[in-house]
Design a protein around this ligand. Structure first.
Ligand SMILES: Cc1cc2nc3c(=O)[nH]c(=O)nc-3n(C[C@H](O)[C@H](O)[C@H](O)COP(=O)(O)OP(=O)(O)OC[C@H]3O[C@@H](n4cnc5c(N)ncnc54)[C@H](O)[C@@H]3O)c2cc1C
Length: 312
């Protein structure tokens, strides 16, 4: 089939890879270069966050993890298993819904938590280093014969003629693109610093902060501001992110700042993964609204789309 994908974030690109490698003719249209998307700002840990709690999310998470497991040997892709810990200052932290679906995930004992923390969760999550993984996925798509074009698409009708199927992967911009008011942004800012020997991936229940080392660099988070569309970095927020990180891990004090990124998580009560037939008969498959889990769910959602096309 001839397929047009609107959206070149990680959701659109992963869908493009899966459909192209299955033999379809695929063009991706992205209004923005990849370094200006929300996907570029992500921490990219494979873990369901700020997304519906449902059996299908757990399935998509497992499907993505199965692909990442196989891709670990591909050094260009920047994927590794990490020892992820989320701490709480309280005696009993909450359990997280995905823990039952992930081998090796468990509660931490108090002896594994340093003051001021008393409880926590451990999980052997996958981390994708965005600076490697996202370009790897784009290159994989193009190398397979996929076409990637920087182009603003005015609406689905503007593309419908030459394509058998359109995929809408516009993330938070689906609000305007298809008038879906149930999707809204939660902006998030991260600071990337030079890594001074930190190897532990740590975050906490009672704050939005995290420290995710990635070899030579360390990604420091974060923030979660619902309703905010502004993608301009906030220097005061960067300062507080850096201060939290240095208090938690003194080796990060005065770490050299390499980059500051802001993205808009596409929040939606449920991920929209469904087919719609436009009045002119064009088949559209919507694939957006992944909240804080676009990387986590990307492969699973793309496999569902492939299955929809095969059974059409
Ligand atoms: C700080 C932060 C940390 C995060 N951490 C994680 C994490 O650890 N794990 C995880 O899984 N997720 C994480 N996320 C969430 C993840 O980044 C998003 O869920 C994901 O990037 C959404 O991808 P997307 O492709 O749907 O959207 P986007 O990356 O926003 O891409 C949308 C695409 O649509 C294009 N577009 C929009 N309108 C048009 C148009 N009219 N014509 C043409 N193109 C158009 C844009 O140009 C862009 O290419 C994080 C997000 C943030 C901000």
């Amino acid at each position: 089939m001839k397929i047009g994908i609107v959206g070149g974030g990680i959701v659109g690109v992963t869908t493009g890879v899966v459909l192209r490698e299955a033999g379809h003719e695929v063009t991706i249209f992205s209004r923005d270069p990849h370094t200006k998307t929300t996907s570029w700002a992500a921490a990219a840990i494979s873990c369901p966050v700020s997304v519906e709690d449902s059996p299908r999310v757990n399935r998509w998470f497992a499907q993505t993890n199965a692909v990442l497991e196989n891709l670990q040997g591909e050094t260009r892709a920047g994927i590794s298993r990490i020892e992820w810990r989320k701490f709480s200052v309280y005696k009993d932290c909450p359990t997280l819904s995905w823990m039952d679906h992930m081998q090796g995930a468990r509660l931490l004992g108090p002896e594994e938590c340093a003051a001021p923390y008393h409880s926590g969760v451990f999980a052997p999550h996958f981390q994708m280093v965005v600076d490697l993984y996202y370009p790897y996925m784009l290159a994989r798509f193009k190398d397979a014969g996929g076409v990637y074009e920087i182009k603003n698409v005015e609406g689905l009708e503007a593309l419908s003629g030459p394509y058998d199927v359109l995929v809408n992967a516009t993330g938070v911009y689906a609000r305007d693109f298809v008038g879906d008011e149930s999707v809204s942004p939660a902006s998030g800012q991260v600071v990337i610093v030079k890594n001074n020997g930190v190897t532990h991936h740590s975050t906490a229940f009672e704050t939005k902060n995290y420290i995710y080392p990635r070899g030579e660099t360390c990604l420091l988070g974060g923030s979660f501001d619902p309703g905010v569309w502004d993608m301009k970095p906030d220097p005061a927020l960067s300062r507080s992110i850096l201060d939290w990180a240095a208090d938690y891990e003194p080796r990060l004090r005065n770490a050299e700042v390499l980059d500051v990124r802001v993205g808009l998580r596409p929040l939606r009560p449920e991920v929209r993964l469904e087919q719609e037939i436009l009045t002119d008969g064009t088949v559209v498959i919507h694939n957006y609204g992944h909240g804080g889990s676009g990387y986590t769910l990307s492969w699973g959602c793309a496999f569902d789309i492939l299955q929809m096309l095969q059974s059409a």
